[in-house]
Design a protein around this ligand. Structure first.
Ligand code: UT7
Length: 333
């Protein structure tokens, strides 16, 4: 799905992120399940991940990340007109996690809702809010990717429990002033024929949680890793190429590619296929693992705050997740 160009340009005015304090290392996981630091690092690149405290919910992490993004944007919560939280681990099935975030921030003038697009959610939220701002419906938006994946992880399953972590990332979007950067092009896609490759089977109306279902871990993430891997590489490469070309750019014009942080081998394969050198690809999955909707948002904030790109640079964000879903954005910072 592509967009037509619009008169009102939309920029990213600030980013923020938050990860919980508790670090879970590969060595600690090797005590829980039959795995090793060597296997996890060589197959995924992940060295450790963060785990939220028992009473720390998705909305808490989202709120911390949002406050940092607002601060960088030089805005206060009352300025915000729209809040979208992308998550597959909401505090409650209803109301939306975005409503808890609105309350915690005191963002009393904002419309707030969640979207569920797994690891692609943050860029889905970016495209939706960009359109709503450029159409004139809202002046700004706070978009957040936030997950407490530790709550939906099967800690007995070595094929998944080594992969995931908790955290949140946020960005403030607003109308761009003349001379400021802007979101140049966005892309998103879905293939609902492949829902079975990556899902949480229980907890919805198809498979309500019963004592037996919980005992069988049906409320946790399952994944056919090898299949997902192949689709991830192909879809992310295609989506990134589309936004680069739609923005009138070439791979050599891209100062920084910020991909979904699921597996270093996937990231390397995409960099290779896009012909972007590895030093221009931002990676932080060694510290956080795969945090689903939060991953690209945390990476964007870290890349922004560590100077991986500067004002005027072109950057590309690209993601992939359950659904299957994928998305990309080309941005002039
Ligand atoms: O965020 C949404 C998108 N998600 C992704 O993009 C994830 C995509 N998939 C992947 O990243 C990779 O497929 C995984 C990291 C999940 C798995 O890596 P793989 O190279 O595809 O390994 P595999 O599943 O083919 O397993 C290879 C072997 C198997 O043993 P056998 O059958 O060869 O004897 C597994 O049982 O590794 C075994 N294995 C493990 N061994 C030690 C699987 N998990 C582990 C483990 N520790 N944690």
């Amino acid at each position: 799905m592509s967009e037509a160009t619009s008169a009102i340009e939309v920029c990213i005015a600030g980013t923020g992120s938050y990860v919980p304090e508790k670090i879970l290392t590969n060595a600690e996981l090797a005590v829980l399940v039959d795995t090793s630091d060597e296997w996890i690092v060589s197959r995924t690149g992940i060295k450790e991940r963060r785990i939220a405290a028992e009473g720390e919910f998705t909305s808490h992490m989202a709120t911390h990340a949002a406050r940092r993004a607002l601060e960088q944007a030089g805005m206060v919560a009352e300025d915000i007109e729209l809040i979208i939280v992308a998550t597959i681990t909401p505090d409650t099935p209803t109301p939306a996690t975005a409503c808890y975030v609105q309350q915690a921030l005191g963002a009393n003038n904002a419309v707030a809702f969640d979207i569920s697009a797994a690891c692609s959610g943050f860029l889905y939220a970016m495209k939706i809010s960009k359109r709503l701002i450029s159409d004139g419906a809202f002046k700004n938006a706070l978009i957040i990717g936030a997950e407490k994946l530790s709550a939906v992880t099967n800690w007995d399953d070595r094929t998944t429990c080594v992969l995931f972590g908790d955290g949140a990332g946020a960005a403030v979007l607003r109308r761009a002033e003349p001379g400021e950067g802007s979101i140049l092009a966005t892309e998103m896609g879905t293939d609902g024929n492949l829902t079975h490759l990556l899902n949480i089977p229980g907890g919805g109306t198809a498979c309500p949680i019963t004592a037996k279902n919980a005992n069988d871990h049906l409320q946790t993430l399952t994944m056919m890793g090898k299949e997902v891997f192949k689709h991830a590489v192909n879809r992310m490469k295609e989506a990134a190429e589309k936004v680069i070309s739609r923005a009138g750019l070439h791979p050599e014009d891209i100062a920084c590619v910020i991909p979904h942080q699921a597996n270093l081998r996937i990231i390397d394969a995409i960099a290779d296929r896009l012909a972007v050198p590895n030093e221009r690809v931002f990676v932080n999955l060694d510290k956080y693992g795969n945090t689903s909707a939060a991953a690209v948002a945390i990476a964007l904030d870290e890349a922004n705050r560590t100077g991986a790109f500067k004002r005027g640079d072109n950057i590309v964000l690209v993601v992939f997740g359950a659904g299957l879903t994928w998305a990309a954005a080309a941005i002039r910072w």
